[in-house]
Design a protein around this ligand. Structure first.
Ligand SMILES: [Zn+2]
Length: 326
């Protein structure tokens, strides 16, 4: 651990950097990996003055000039992961790599709109006055989200040569986002997992307009995929590094099975809208719009998986969509 506690050397040429976030979780871990004669940065933090200063200090502390960073690989497009990719690309002239489904999302953020009335009505989400709604991402984020246009696109199973006999295996792990990727540093066996495999919390997995129909099924399959890898150390984007990725993947699979059963119980008595199920399954305040929207889309992901498993039925009319146990 460094004197100011902002970096930690995990292995020879592998540095964890703790960057501040203005919301919970309050820290994102990004990682610097040295191989050949350059460094690769995994994820970038949010584009705030605080985060930039912390990163500048981390690079200086480890004697890394900005142009020594030759590659920036990102796990997904979210603001805390990809938010500074544009400015860091300008600073370092590094090659930026991202999965195409994430590149699409990053590019669309500037023009993405806020809540959809039709979507809300369908899921049973109460309508609220415009000032109480979730703002559009561009309005909410402003300049703290400065995404690069990637120089190259990642695909499942890619090997990214890093030089010096090392490479990353790209492991596509859709679920939290459609193009989320993990990176396995070889031959070291160090697995960088972004938000897919967090040690203490489970990432948000929700159904959104125009997104994948079964993101929770994708997320669970991605955990089965992770269990087939061999790794000796897991490096998450939030929380401490740990060992035994298989154990944590199994815990997360179990967690969602239990949550799914809670929802199945809720729809045994009578058909319910996704919003009504969310109120039963999550400790949310109906006044907290962020909680309402996140919990409803997460509930819908569980209900859709139950339907695809043949355990729930969906009925839809002008009053919206309702699920019941079969
Ligand atoms: Zn995320």
């Amino acid at each position: 651990m460094s004197d100011d506690g902002k970096t930690r050397v995990l292995a020879d040429g592998v540095v964890q950097v703790f960057l501040p976030l203005p919301f919970k979780p309050t820290i994102i871990n990004v990682y610097l990996v040295r191989a050949g004669d350059g460094w690769t940065l995994i994820d970038t933090g949010m584009h705030t003055g605080d985060s930039r200063r912390t990163m500048d200090a981390a690079l200086a502390e480890h004697g890394i000039a900005p142009t020594d960073v030759t590659r920036i690989v990102c796990t997904h497009h979210h603001i805390d992961h990809y938010g500074t990719s544009g400015p860091y690309r300008d600073l370092t002239h590094a090659q930026v790599l991202l999965h195409p489904l994430e590149a699409e999302k990053a590019a669309g953020t500037a023009t993405a709109t806020g809540e959809s009335d039709a979507w809300n009505a369908r899921l049973g989400v109460p309508s609220v006055p415009p000032e109480k709604r979730m703002p559009s991402p561009s309005l909410a984020f402003g300049t703290v989200y400065s995404p690069a246009i990637p120089d190259a696109l990642l695909a499942d199973g890619d090997e990214i040569p890093l030089g010096g006999g090392k490479h990353f295996d790209v492991v596509w792990t859709p679920g939290h986002t459609p193009g989320h990727c993990c990176f396995l540093l070889q031959p070291d066996g160090i697995l960088f997992v972004g938000d897919h495999l967090l040690p203490k919390i489970t990432p948000h997995v929700g159904v959104y307009p125009g997104g994948p129909e079964n993101p929770l099924g994708d997320f669970l399959n991605s955990h089965e995929k992770i269990k087939r890898l061999d790794a000796r150390l897991v490096c998450p984007a939030h929380g401490g590094v740990y060992e035994d990725h298989r154990r944590r993947a199994s815990q997360l699979i179990d967690f969602h099975r239990v949550r799914k059963m809670t929802m199945l119980e809720a729809i045994r008595k009578r058909p319910l809208t996704p919003y009504e199920v969310a109120l039963e399954a999550f400790a949310i305040s109906p006044q907290n719009r962020f909680q309402v929207m996140a919990a409803t889309s997460e509930t819908l992901a569980h209900l859709e998986l139950l339907r695809l498993e043949g355990r729930a039925l969906k009925a839809e009319d002008d009053g919206g969509v309702r699920y019941r146990a079969r």
